[in-house]
Design a binder for this molecule. Sequence first.
Ligand code: FE2
Ligand code: FE2
Ligand code: FE2
Length: 325
Amino acid sequence: MAADTIEEQLVSYLTDAHSIEQQAIAQLRAAPKIAGEPQLATALRDHLAESEQQQRLVGERLEAHGGSPSKLKEAVMRVSGPAFVLFAKSQPDTPGKLATHSLSYEHLELASYELLGRVAGRAGDEQTVAVAQRIRDEEAAMAERIEALFDATTEASLAAQEPDDLTEQLTKYLADAHAIEGQAEQLLQRAPKILGAGELAPLYTEHLEETREHKRLVEERLGALGAKPSKLKDAVMRLGALNWGGFFQGHPDTAGKLTAFAYAFEHLEIGAYEHLKRVARRAGDQATVEMAERILGEERTAAQKLAGSFSAATDASLRQQGVAG
Ligand SMILES: [Fe+2]
Ligand SMILES: [Fe+2]
Ligand SMILES: [Fe+2]
């Protein structure tokens, strides 16, 4: 592998950030119309303007390094952006799904700017460090706004269903959680191949064990509610329609991309269990409420640990690209 310079890596991280914003903008243009919950629609609309500004800021830094934002692969982004919205629209509980996927996407952005800021620091580009910090904070604030809407998005999702049988709804949320854990398992299993034997690997193997336990706990609740196996298959199909690989521009190939991807995925799980918990509460199923709370604690801890690994992941990525430390 030809060794990259830190300057080339910085341009590559800026290019990725620019693409991620491009995709965010495509999503945010379509999302408010289907949000199905007025506060969520407003939050998404406001964040569109913010994201356009973010993309401009990143584009300026790219130009300062001789890059040309207009030559970026926008066509690819235009395809994958609306796919996310189509996915949410295809779900029977659009507001909750959209909130969950938005939460995940904001954390993908947050992680990307954490990495970009570190690479810019290594390259001695203080202006890019400042831009990355500013945008990172905006993504974090948007993520918090979305989290604060989960009561409303759960209610809007249930109202759209006119649920006469809440248990029926609950089994759907459990089946979705089961499908997400299945994908988490696959992602975490792949991690050691990307990471090698370094300090980062144990984080993933430990959470893989927890993930298998989560899957088992969810199966237990599905069994207790008498869910048919076909529910699980339907949920896998629903999640498969999102095409995570395409959504995140192919499989992550470096420690940094894997960390950002895994961090975003933890928040997909967090969003799913936050909604599951609320539906279980409405259905009066205390055992499922307690299970969701327990799993939520572990997902949030896993996410925090991943956030704690941003520096190590940046260093590992730069080493993987042949940039001398
Ligand atoms: Fe953004
Ligand atoms: Fe964002
Ligand atoms: Fe997880």
